[in-house]
Design a protein around this ligand. Structure first.
Ligand code: 48F
Length: 252
């Protein structure tokens, strides 16, 4: 016989166990788009304790829908990162193409298999700063924020925080407002108009630390540094995720 309260008990106990086990982590990644998922996989493969906080219920960010809702993505550089995750990539002249649904599913699955933990439906609304360094994230249930309820958040300690929130660069925004950034101009430059070639190159170049302990990857890197968007071409996101993982590894 199934007891209804057994189900309740199992869910609450298991979530609490996992949550308590992740109060002190090596790396907090904010956003489960292609850059965040890639960074998570590489860091977890190196044995780091990694948690991705994703405000939506479904991880994947802007990758699910490919271009204009057609589930196909284009890659010029970095297709090997998808292949390492088991995604079938097809060469078309100087490009590669892949199915967007397969790509999200396998990037997510390979990050989880490597040991990364995903807390979905959870938003990062602030960071913790001690001695001029970001040292954790402040989180709340997205449902609470969406409902506009006045409910205080809680915090997680992390040795490094990665902003992988895409076009909005939400975590860098919070830090810029309160402290300024350690970038040359100290502020968010804002994303520029569509230019795939330049955007793809710059997203990798712009990846890095923007305040002690806070790193930026993917589209957020271009938004912070004033570089173009690039539409449904995803190699830059993957290479940026790999690069930020390597940079964080060097510092940990
Ligand atoms: O937007 P997103 O996919 O970021 P990305 O990894 O990739 C960008 C591409 O998808 C595309 C593009 C490609 O050429 O331009 O746009 O840079 O994923 C960002 C994720 O962050 C989540 C958001 O729901 C999305 O899944 N997110 C944003 N703000 C928060 C957040 C927050 N404050 N807390 C938790 N998650």
């Amino acid at each position: 016989m199934i007891r209804d309260i057994d189900i309740t008990c199992l869910i609450v106990e298991e979530f609490n166990r996992e949550f308590l086990d992740n109060l002190q982590i090596d790396v907090a990644i904010v956003g489960a788009g292609p850059s965040g998922l890639t960074a998570a996989r590489y860091l977890a493969e190196k044995g780091k304790k990694v948690v991705i906080f994703e405000r939506k219920i479904s991880p994947g960010g802007g990758m699910w829908g490919g271009g204009i809702g057609y589930p196909v993505i284009v890659i010029k550089q970095g297709h090997e990162i998808l292949e390492e995750a088991g995604v079938k990539c097809i060469k078309k002249d100087e490009y590669w193409i892949a199915n967007s649904v397969e790509s999200v599913a396998k990037l997510l699955s390979s990050a989880i298999d490597a040991g990364a933990r995903v807390f979905n439906g959870m938003s990062v609304e602030d960071v913790m700063v001690r001695d001029g360094r970001v040292c954790g994230v402040v989180i709340n249930w997205s449902a609470i924020l969406t409902a506009g309820l006045h409910v205080d958040p809680v915090s997680i300690e992390a040795k490094a925080v990665i902003d992988a929130t895409g076009h909005d660069c939400n975590i860098v925004k919070v830090v810029e407002k309160k402290y300024g950034l350690s970038t040359p101009t100290g502020k968010i430059e804002g994303e520029k108009a569509m230019w795939a070639d330049e955007g793809e190159r710059k997203t990798v170049e712009n990846t890095g630390e923007v305040f002690p302990g806070l790193y930026v990857t993917g589209m957020a890197a271009n938004a912070v540094h004033g570089s173009p968007r690039m539409g449904p071409i995803f190699g830059g996101m993957l290479l940026s995720g790999k690069k930020v993982a390597e940079m964080v590894m060097e510092k940990l």
